[in-house]
Ligand binder design. Sequence first.
Ligand SMILES: [Zn+2]
Length: 125
Amino acid sequence: MPRKREDVEREIKKLSGKMSKLKGELKNAKSRSMIKCNNCNKRTQVSKLVYLQTHWYEEPYSCTAGDRWHEGEGQFICSKCGVKNRLINRREKITDLKDYFSKVENVYEQREPYSFLREPEVFVI
Ligand SMILES: [Zn+2]
């Protein structure tokens, strides 16, 4: 026998409450995620780090194309040793955690998208 409208509405309300509680828990758990520095091997909670969102510039070409910025990789500076770490090629799912860093800082660098791959003294992979 089909349930009464009031009963269904009551159950939906109950489940919605549980759902937002779970979402809150997930948010807290994500902000507690630890990230390892590839230089000093120490781990820091993402909520204590700044996410550096790099951007790279595309030179203008033809009449209207190019001349714009693209979002590049994410990086962070280790709070323990001060070395800049790249967030690509990591086992942890970092893009998923971007919103849980203390803040996101946009970095604009006018150079080729992957030229920094040749700078191992600056970037630890
Ligand atoms: Zn470090």
